[in-house]
Write a protein that binds this ligand. Structure first.
Ligand code: CA
Length: 231
């Protein structure tokens, strides 16, 4: 059993109930539900959950506004938020990620994906995230030595390629918009643009060979490393 407290903000009761049952069967026993944004915000502040599942289409205060308020409030800004969205809400997904949501899940979602994404966020939150060595399947990245190995092979990457790969590999499954990548890797020396990111990704995939296909393009949103390597 996991003791983490999870807040579900979802206005449709059957969906909320389904998520709750899914989480319970996944070992989560400490679940709070809210059926609109206002109540959800109040519950987040009062109960400080470990993670929030946030539906974007809510009556009253919509999900994006809820996310914005959570991320602007010192008491709640560090709580990971996973957005629950419909496929048609691509532009909202981008906005949500840039507001600080950690991830999103498109409805209808499978049981196992929901649980895996939640576990991944909770794990990330407890890890320091500052480790010098990042492993992702065959890939080994050492920050201190600025070294990348794929299996036995040593890869020569530019500074920007290295930073993008390290960002992706330390957060498998997490989607980054181009703006987020720019702001996370931008060195002090030169500006990196949106378009330049696409070029960097092309080069990075090429250098990684077959393994490069693990860097996925998420259409209309950005890029991510597969949750689990498939190549
Ligand atoms: Ca809804």
């Amino acid at each position: 059993m996991s003791s983490e407290k999870i807040l579900i903000i979802e206005d449709e009761e059957p969906i909320s109930e389904l998520i709750k049952l899914t989480l319970e069967s996944g070992g989560f026993s400490n679940i709070i539900t809210a059926f609109d944004g206002e109540t959800g915000l109040a519950a987040a502040r009062a109960q400080l959950p470990d993670l929030i599942l946030l539906d974007l289409m809510l009556p009253g205060i919509d999900g994006l506004s809820v996310c914005r308020r959570l991320k602007h409030d010192d008491t709640t800004k560090n709580i990971p938020v996973i957005m629950l969205t419909a496929k048609s809400e691509e532009s909202d997904i981008v906005v949500g990620l840039e507001l600080g949501a950690s991830d999103y899940i498109v409805k209808p979602f499978s049981r196992s994906i929901l649980i895996a994404r939640i576990r991944a966020q909770l794990r990330k939150f407890t890890e320091s995230g500052n480790s010098d060595e990042i492993r992702y399947n065959e890939l080994l990245i050492n920050r201190e030595l600025h070294l990348v190995r794929l299996g036995e092979e040593h890869l020569e990457l530019t500074f920007t390629e290295f930073e993008i790969l390290a960002l992706f590999a330390s957060h498998p499954g997490r989607v980054y918009t181009r703006n987020q990548i720019v702001s996370k890797i931008k060195g002090d020396d030169y500006p990196v643009t949106d378009r330049a990111i696409d070029v960097q990704i092309v080069n990075l995939r090429r250098k990684l060979g077959v393994f490069g296909a693990n860097i996925e393009t998420v259409r209309g949103v950005g890029y991510r490393m597969r949750q689990q390597a498939e190549y």
